[in-house]
Design a protein around this ligand. Sequence first.
Ligand SMILES: CC(=O)N[C@H]1[C@@H](OP(=O)(O)OP(=O)(O)OC[C@H]2O[C@@H](n3ccc(=O)[nH]c3=O)[C@H](O)[C@@H]2O)O[C@H](CO)[C@@H](O)[C@@H]1O
Ligand SMILES: C=C(OP(=O)(O)O)C(=O)O
Length: 431
Amino acid sequence: MAPIQYIVEGGHRLSGSIEPAGNKNSALPIIAAALLTEHPVTLENVPRIRDTETLVELVRSVGAAAEWTARNTLHIHAKSIRAADLDPELCVRIRASILLAGPLLARCGEVMLPPPGGDVIGRRRLDTHVLALEQLGAKVTATDRLEFRCPKLTGADVFLDEPSVTATENALVAAVAADGVTHLRNAASEPHVQDLANFLVALGAKIEGIGTNTMIVHGPATLGETTYRIQPDHIEVGSLIGLAAVTRSPLRIVRAGVEHLRSIRMGFERLGIVCRVEGDDLIVPSNQTLKIQDDFGGHVPKLEDQPWPAFPADLMSIAIVTATQCEGVILMFEKMFESRMFFVDKLIGMGARIVLCDPHRAIIAGPSRLHGATLSSPDIRAGMAMLLAAVCAEGTSTINNADQIERGYERIDERLNALGAKIRRVPERKG
Ligand SMILES: CC(=O)N[C@H]1[C@@H](OP(=O)(O)OP(=O)(O)OC[C@H]2O[C@@H](n3ccc(=O)[nH]c3=O)[C@H](O)[C@@H]2O)O[C@H](CO)[C@@H](O)[C@@H]1O
Ligand SMILES: C=C(OP(=O)(O)O)C(=O)O
């Protein structure tokens, strides 16, 4: 498939309503967890993006039937599955291939996983996955692939060495099938972890403490069939708040899932962007002060990411671009990934005033007028951040490697064009 390029004419005001897609990082573990039951599962509001399409191919490769019955509705029936050798080429395309470990181990007693892929945003350890599944009884061998074997998973008191999102998800799925009670401590509690837990409950699992850092799972569950709707993507909502702010546009984000937006709204408020809630819609008015809020005493403020419920790592790139359009100085501290901030050199090339202090910290002084440039998307979120920069810049920008953006955002060109953006999606031209 030819790589995709976006040609963006900047400087247009946007307006209107937009609905966020279903949460990519919910859909992925839920599609994988559908392998846990031999009964049919229907998933609604599944984002139709490259990552979900790839995982669907992997799910089919182990013998499950998986069919899109509408654009965003996926029917999966894992009546009988086999722990096939998974295709390394498919596994390396997505981080989420690691999410097959829990369900396949539970259903087949073994799984051989080639290395997962995903965004190249720093070192991405798998140690927490191994630690958790070992405590539930698995024997793990690591060669050029990870091999998990366990004829019978057994409940345990598991303390994760860090609240890893996907490791919590693997452990949760395995615990549902395990014999006895599992305590999952220092667990991640992101909205997508909650979504997975609620899906498992809909299947028949018994899980206490959903949304907290200790979940108690009473296994083994007798699982049935279910129809489940994936929750809205809070990271996409945050990206849209940034988009509205940098283009000074009024946007209504409908069915935004407002109960999960508290820390995100607080982060944007630090940049002088205040949103309003109406029912489950989030309104971003156009008359924002865009004035960075100093700490008490006039000290330079800081926006940092942390595990949920704090400001999410996946919104740091968006927040950085947004801050370039705000008045004042702020320190952005990306604690989790050490390569996520390197894209700021492209923003500097567009006219932004940013000092990259080290791989984790950048100081942004705004506002600055951005001008169009040729860019290349290194990962989903930096790519989306570049799209925001291009939409608010003077002149035309070209974003190469836009496939990366499309790993996470469904039909983003069409959906932003419907609001008044001018994005042309074309096959990438070399040179
Ligand atoms: C498919 C999927 O769901 N991907 C998400 C998932 O990836 P993933 O599950 O791979 O990310 P993890 O939660 O395991 O950890 C992310 C990174 O943060 C570090 N870390 C983690 C916890 C902590 O308290 N301190 C710390 O420094 C880890 O060492 C790792 O380098 O969660 C990440 C963190 O929200 C998101 O960026 C990814 O979009
Ligand atoms: C880092 C991300 O995804 P993945 O973990 O799938 O690479 C992301 O969604 O920003």
